[in-house]
Design a protein around this ligand. Sequence first.
Ligand code: FMN
Length: 246
Amino acid sequence: MKRFEKEREILKSGFTGDMESDQMKGMPQPPLEKPISEEDEIIVLPEATGELVKKKDIFECIMDRKSHRNFKKESLNLEELSFLLYTTQGVKEVRGGGYASIRPVPSAGARHPFETYIGVTNVEGLEKGIYRYSGLKHQLIKVKIEEEIGEKMTIGARGQKFVGEAPVTFIWTIIPYRGEWRYDARSHKPMLLDAGHLCHGLYLSAEALNLGTCAIAAYEQKLMDDIVGVDGVDEFVVYMSPVGKV
Ligand SMILES: Cc1cc2nc3c(=O)[nH]c(=O)nc-3n(C[C@H](O)[C@H](O)[C@H](O)COP(=O)(O)O)c2cc1C
């Protein structure tokens, strides 16, 4: 079958032959996460703690995991949100003087090419809008306050209403250069595999708190990039997952 021969290439291993990545050329490494500026408004999160876990049996969490598309019209609190953010993209350790971050999910070459944004419609203590998570500082950075954020996310998710109706929707962007710097043209498949681990981490973390989530790959690229405010070239939305009470 020749029809998708070109598209299938990304599914194959690119780790053949010689490579001269920017890292090998001695180019400076991109930062582990987007910087926080002095003007940014910061929301300090409560510490993420295992005391919040309701379902302690890992076997139960794994076996009960499923995709949820019906959420109760109930808010999440900041402790729950803090737990979900930290257990997916919190930085546990920085190695090599800033060379790599170690987080709860694996990542090829520890590049962690993602930024986590959240679209908030109903979280105690947060106005409706878009926020970015700093895994290094375990803080939220206010990106924009927007009353209509739920409706916009539903449109961005091609009419999937539960995306905009969830109290919070995780929106992951990718900064491809973080992987390209190290692995050049071989980086793209591993970076997509990384996205899968990340979202599965959220499924299990949500399950542990008796919350539910659903991976979303069907979304309008330009609309979602505009919603979070990224350029669509050096950073763009790659995956989403709404979370709520079930
Ligand atoms: C990469 C990926 C993309 C998905 N995109 C969507 C989506 O856009 N909308 C949706 O309702 N479900 C989506 N899903 C959820 C799948 O439909 C779901 O995982 C599948 O039906 C199996 O059900 P389970 O997760 O409950 O085991 C996606 C799942 C994955 C892993």
